[in-house]
Each structure stands twice: as structure tokens, then as C-alpha cells.
Ligand binder design. Structure first.
Ligand code: NAI
Ligand code: MG
Length: 353
């Protein structure tokens, strides 16, 4: 398996280095993996003038998976939009046709105090949000702002084809098979035709997955249920806009942004794996960033692109072990635990592996 490694900007190089060390350790145990670095984001703008250079495009297209740190930072904020680091991220997602965004929200028992919710509501939380990433009202045409009858009006188009719904639904059902075999599809079918179709297609698709239980929830209720009783969910699947909001809401249930991985997959399980957080310019270069979200993203890569569940679980178990041993970077530190930097946290994970 070929992996294109994009360290990116800010804390990116520091946290990606630790994930790479974990993958190298697995390689010395027999994992077949080749890693090739390339530039994406602000570092690419500085070196090549564009955020997603051709050399990176070539490597990313040829690779079986992409491991990314984060992109962006204040030094690039004044650039015109096409040269901004975030364009690199949007560019690679579009280029690789990554339509399925997987965002787990897991509350580790050792980090229960980081959540703002009561322990009985969140303890043991382990949910997976599957968000469609390339369709919906964010991309639908027509769209625009124009003057009608003397005032400005703005409009967008919410649109999904049944093929788009089926392929994201498939990802959700397959993911549920590797978990607790429950899918909750979130829509707004009482008001929006697009999501009526969404619900109909999910029901049709569920016939192929008799071992997985399908339920439905309206998005406003889903937003409430996520804070009221989030443990009722296993896999949630929804469209681009609802998923944008619900995945951020779900990630905040855990309170620890430095712990949350993500995956964005194409139709052949090629994927881009990155932490849910950004480039954290405020702590970049200090060696204090939490590398666990990136290490857990590498675990997702092993699960979804390598189809190697055992290796994925081995990494996840090592992460749980270092938390149980009391190792904490600054973002998750609390009284009575052992404060470590990025490299020491990586060392601890390697030792636990
Ligand atoms: P951020 O996620 O980078 O940082 C928010 C806060 O969380 C900061 O206080 C930061 O120090 C902390 N934090 C984040 N990751 C951490 C980690 N691994 N360990 C310890 N603390 C951590 O979000 P912010 O500040 O809004 O954005 C900073 C830059 O990152 C911006 O240029 C933004 O555009 C970019 N960004 C990039 C993303 C990506 O590459 N996917 C996603 C979000 C933001
Ligand atoms: Mg968002």
C-alpha cells in the first residue's frame, strides 16, 4: 500500500511525525506500507506558489491513501482565495472524489471530565457520523444572489441523486457492520423533497443489510438527541449540510479536540485521513500538540483503506493504554496525570504497541 504523507502547516509536521513512527513500527512487524511525503497547504504555497501543486496531485492520485496533518495559518490569511491553504484541502478532496466523511466521536473513560455533559450521559460514548461530502446544497446549481423587484435575493439548490444517496448509505451500512450494526439516517423529510428521496433510498438499500438495523430521525430532533442521550446512536448517516453541523456537535460531546480522527473515502476505499482539528498556530513548533488524533486517523486508514481491522485495533488499543497509564498532552491534562509533549506521547504509544 502506498501512502502519500502530507504534514501540512502549523503543528502538522509534529503530529504527523508521530503517526508515521507508529506506521513504521507496524511495518517492521510486517505491514506492507510505503510512505511518500509531499506538500499541501501553506507550505506548498511557499515552495511552489499554489496550495495543491501538481507533484502532490500526482502522488495523491497514485497513492492508496493519504495521511494529512492540517493546513493553514495566519501568515497565509491575506492571500487571495485561490492561493489560500484551505483551497489545497478542498482541491484534494474534490480531486480524489472523497464523498464520504467519517467522524467518530469517542469519549475515553479517562477523559470523562473533558466533556461538558454529565458523566452518566456521555460515559462510554462511541458514535460514528457518516457525512456525505460532495453533494447537497453546498454544491447544487442554480445558486446565486441577484436583485429581484428592487431587493437582493439569495438562493441555493438542495439536490441529491439516488446514486449519490445509495453510495453514502452503503458506506454507513458497511461501517455499521464493523460496529454495533445500527444505522440512524437523519433527514428532514417532513419539509424537504430531497430528503424524502434520501429516506426512500435508505429504506431500499437496507434490504441488502438484513443484519443492520435502520432507523430514521428528523434533523432537528437529532440535534437535540445528540446532547440529551447521545449513547442511543451507533452510526448516523446524513447529507452534507446536516452532517457538517451534526458532526461538529457530536465531536464537542467529548470535549477533547486533540483526540478526534476523521476519514474521507472515495468509492474504492481510497481515503484521506486527518485529525478533526486545525493547524493550531498558537502552539506550533513548541512540541506540545497532542498527536493522538493523527495517530487514530492512521488507525482509521488501516481499517478502511488497508482493510486491516487487527492493525487498526492494535493502534487504538495502544492509545487507550497510554491514556490509562496517565500520559496527557496539555490539551487533555488534569491534576494527577502525567504531562508530556508530542514526542513523549508518541514514545508512549510506541511502547504500548
Ligand atoms: P484549531 O483546531 O487549529 O485550534 C483550536 C484550538 O485547539 C487551539 O487553541 C489549538 O491550540 C487547540 N488544538 C487544536 N489541535 C490541537 C492538538 N492536536 N493538540 C493540542 N491542542 C490543539 O482551529 P483554529 O484555531 O480555528 O484554526 C487554526 C488554523 O487551522 C486556521 O488557519 C484554520 O484555517 C486551520 N484549520 C485547518 C483545518 C484542516 O486542515 N483540516 C481544520 C480547521 C482549521
Ligand atoms: Mg464544520
Amino acid at each position: 500500500m502506498k501512502v502519500c504523507v502530507l504534514a501540512g502547516d502549523g503543528i502538522g509536521p509534529e503530529i504527523v511525525a508521530e503517526a508515521v513512527r507508529v506506521l513504521e513500527a507496524l511495518r517492521s512487524d510486517g505491514l506492507k506500507i510505503e510512505m511518500e511525503p509531499a506538500l499541501l497547504g501553506g507550505c506548498a504555497v511557499d515552495a511552489a506558489g499554489v496550495p495543491y501543486p501538481e507533484a502532490t496531485q500526482k502522488l495523491a492520485r497514485e497513492a492508496d491513501a493519504v495521511l494529512l496533518g492540517a493546513v493553514g495559518g495566519p501568515q497565509w490569511d491575506a492571500l487571495p482565495r485561490p492561493q489560500r491553504p484551505e483551497r489545497g484541502l478542498l482541491g484534494i478532496r474534490k480531486d480524489l472524489q472523497l464523498f464520504a466523511n467519517l467522524r467518530p466521536a469517542i469519549l475515553y473513560p479517562e477523559l470523562a471530565n473533558a466533556s461538558t455533559l454529565k458523566p452518566e450521559v456521555v460515559s462510554g460514548l462511541d458514535i460514528l457520523i457518516v457525512r456525505e461530502l460532495t453533494g447537497d446544497i453546498y454544491f447544487g446549481e442554480p445558486r446565486g444572489i441577484e436583485v429581484r423587484d428592487g431587493q437582493r435575493v439569495g438562493w441555493n439548490t438542495m439536490i441529491y441523486s439516488e446514486a449519490e444517496i445509495r453510495r453514502i448509505g452503503k458506506v454507513a451500512f458497511e461501517a455499521a457492520r464493523k460496529r454495533n450494526k445500527r444505522v440512524c439516517s437523519v433527514d428532514k423529510m417532513n419539509v424537504l423533497e430531497t430528503t424524502q428521496l434520501w429516506r426512500d433510498v435508505m429504506i431500499e438499500l437496507s434490504a441488502n443489510y438484513p443484519d443492520v438495523e435502520l432507523s430514521h430521525m428528523l434533523v432537528d430532533n437529532a440535534a437535540m438527541q445528540l446532547v440529551k442521550a447521545p449513547k442511543q446512536f451507533d452510526v448516523m448517516v446524513t447529507g452534507n449540510m446536516f452532517g457538517d453541523i451534526l458532526s461538529d456537535e457530536a465531536s464537542m460531546l467529548t470535549g477533547s479536540i486533540g483526540m478526534l480522527p476523521s476519514a474521507s473515502l472515495d468509492a474504492n476505499n481510497k481515503g484521506l485521513y486527518e485529525p478533526s482539528h486545525g493547524s493550531a498556530p498558537d502552539i506550533a513548533g513548541k512540541g506540545v500538540a497532542n498527536p493522538l488524533a493523527t495517530i487514530l486517523s492512521a488507525a482509521m486508514m488501516l481499517r478502511y483503506s488497508f482493510n486491516n481491522e487487527a492493525a487498526a485495533q492494535r493502534v487504538e488499543t495502544a492509545v487507550k493504554k497510554v491514556l490509562a497509564q496517565g500520559y496527557r498532552t496539555g490539551d487533555i491534562w488534569e491534576e494527577g496525570t502525567r504531562r508530556v509533549g508530542t514526542r513523549e506521547m508518541g514514545d508512549a504509544v510506541l511502547a504500548a504497541l
